[in-house]
Write a protein that binds this ligand. Structure first.
Ligand SMILES: Cc1cc2nc3c(=O)[nH]c(=O)nc-3n(C[C@H](O)[C@H](O)[C@H](O)COP(=O)(O)OP(=O)(O)OC[C@H]3O[C@@H](n4cnc5c(N)ncnc54)[C@H](O)[C@@H]3O)c2cc1C
Ligand SMILES: NC(=O)c1ccc[n+]([C@@H]2O[C@H](COP(=O)([O-])OP(=O)(O)OC[C@H]3O[C@@H](n4cnc5c(N)ncnc54)[C@H](O)[C@@H]3O)[C@@H](O)[C@H]2O)c1
Length: 458
């Protein structure tokens, strides 16, 4: 006999638990189904563990530079990877425990631990139980892509398995020069590994502006990271402890040898094992569930939130998806994905934060625009901290004087960019920031100065 609920939430990532709590508070009987760990990617194998380990890597880097600041460090700096991982595990465990306690305390909510698959548009099976509901919310996330020549016989790491290494790689070969690859590349270089990044595009982070890619390359190469671009026809070779990567299509092509390989070549949605056909849910050519701007799928009563709908691959976009669904269903509001624009940060050190359009996108759109750019060497706070790599850049609509996009590659950029972000959301002209007094000495205080020196984008 099926067990009947008002709502079933599949996947306990960023959106699922929060929506479960809202539904429960609204008096609904809810089932939350999770096949692995509450908290999903971000809490267990994504943002939280990586940013905890980035903090360890930053500490090692600062300790190595101690002499530059007049501080005498007694011995050569080295990293105890096991301690780094223990610290990371503790932070992750605390975060997950908080979530588990929250879900366990909800009224009318049952948490099922198991894999859910559709039986029909109104029912799912979990093990040998069948649950039915008029509303079903999918928050099943994504997983690493591992399809590359040789991956069936050569050992490799993913963004999940690298988090639990018990010894430092002698030479880590990172395949993919984007968000995941670059954060791990710098982290392991700072832990003490030799690191090579292999990217098939002509530059790192191919979706960012060319000056951003170049700035990031400079930062990474200055720390001794080797970078190989335009690496086509990759093939993994070798065996555990002695792995290689063939780099181009011609016979006898160059190889890179290393002790470990990290595959960071993208992620794919967890939709292939949901039996979506039984519910008639439509996916696109990459397997992402197709939704409208209110996150409704083509099937009445079924919604998809987070990475699985292909409308963002970030914790904040998944959380915003939850807010949109809750607003429309429970508060009778009108929030939609149309209200948001791209915002994200890459957590190398210094970080790169971006909002809105890139310079290349503004140029392509043919908009009359103004541009402002300032190197971090002309940001007093960055110089005083001894962290003056990078730059800040803003694109402004020439007519409305509203911000079209901005990037800060530099110390504190992930925080400082939020004043530009708020100005964009409030659709205010940049004069609002340009004329407001900022606190000295901060990275943010140079944003008004940059805005006062805009030039036409030619
Ligand atoms: C290494 C790494 C670092 C990252 N760093 C950042 C960062 O700094 N900032 C940022 O914004 N984003 C970051 N991200 C991305 C971020 O983690 C995700 O965008 C975020 O977790 C949103 O995920 P989600 O809510 O869509 O689902 P997820 O968190 O992926 O959760 C989906 C859950 O569904 C479960 N599930 C799947 N299928 C089923 C099924 N059939 N039945 C039951 N359960 C199922 C899974 O087990 C999982 O727990 C990072 C990702 C990675 C991999
Ligand atoms: N700081 C953050 O917010 C953060 C951090 C990590 C991950 N994430 C999320 O995770 C998602 C996935 O990240 P990702 O870096 O794995 O994927 P990605 O899709 O951003 O980048 C994959 C990279 O691998 C390259 N590539 C693909 N196939 C290749 C091949 N065969 N050989 C060589 N290079 C190849 C691509 O050109 C690309 O540069 C991101 O889109 C992001 O949303 C976010």
């Amino acid at each position: 006999m099926p067990i009947t609920y008002d709502a079933i939430v599949i996947g306990a990532g960023q959106a699922g638990p929060a929506l479960t709590a809202r539904l429960s508070a609204a008096g609904k009987k809810v089932a939350l189904v999770e096949r692995k760990l509450l908290g999903g990617t971000c809490v267990n194998v994504g943002c939280t563990p990586t940013k905890a380990m980035v903090a360890s890597a930053h500490t090692a880097h600062v300790a190595r530079r101690a002499g530059e600041f007049g501080v005498i460090a007694a011995a050569e700096v080295s990293v105890n990877l096991q301690k780094v991982i223990e610290r990371k595990n503790q932070i992750v465990a605390n975060s997950r425990a908080g979530l588990e306690k929250w879900m366990a305390g909800l009224d009318n909510c049952t948490v099922y631990h198991g894999h859910a698959g559709f039986e029909s548009a109104a029912s799912v099976s979990v093990g040998d139980q069948v649950l039915e509901a008029k509303q079903i919310f999918l928050n099943v996330g994504a997983r690493p892509v591992t399809s590359i020549d040789g991956a069936d016989s050569v050992p490799y790491l993913t963004s999940s398995t690298i988090l639990d290494l018990d010894e430092l790689p002698d030479h880590l070969v990172v395949i993919g020069g984007s968000y995941i690859g670059l954060e791990f590349a710098q982290m392991f270089r700072r832990f003490g590994s030799e690191v090579t990044v292999v990217e098939r595009s002509a530059r790192l982070l191919p979706h960012e502006d060319e000056d951003v890619s170049a700035g990031i390359r400079e930062i990474l190469e200055a720390e001794g990271i080797q970078i190989r671009l335009e690496a086509k026809c990759l093939k993994l070779t070798g065996s555990a402890g002695n792995v290689g990567v063939g780099l181009d299509c011609s016979h006898g092509a160059l190889e890179i040898e290393g002790s470990h390989i990290l595959l960071a070549i993208g992620r794919k949605p967890n939709t292939d094992d949901l039996n979506l056909a039984a519910a008639g849910i439509v996916v696109d050519e990459h397997g992402y569930i197709v939704t409208d701007e209110h996150l409704r799928t083509n099937v009445d009563g079924i919604f998809a939130m987070g990475d699985v709908n292909g409308r963002g691959a970030f914790t904040h976009t998944s959380w915003n998806d939850y807010e949109i669904v809750a607003d429309n269903l429970l508060d009778y509001g009108t929030r939609s994905t149309k209200d948001r624009f791209p915002v994200y940060a890459l957590y190398i050190d210094p970080p790169m934060a971006h909002i809105g359009m890139t310079e290349a996108e503004v140029r392509k759109a043919g908009r009359a625009a103004l541009i402002g750019k300032r190197p971090m060497t002309r940001v007093g706070r960055a110089v005083e901290k001894g962290e003056s790599q990078g730059f800040m850049k803003v694109l402004v609509d020439a007519e409305t004087r509203q911000i079209l996009g901005a990037t800060i590659l530099g110390v504190g950029g992930d925080e400082a960019i939020h004043c530009l972000l708020t100005c964009m959301y409030s659709k205010q002209p940049i004069d609002l920031i340009a004329r407001s007094v900022h606190i000295h000495p901060t990275v943010s205080e140079l944003i008004p100065t940059m805005l006062q020196e805009l030039k036409p984008l030619t």
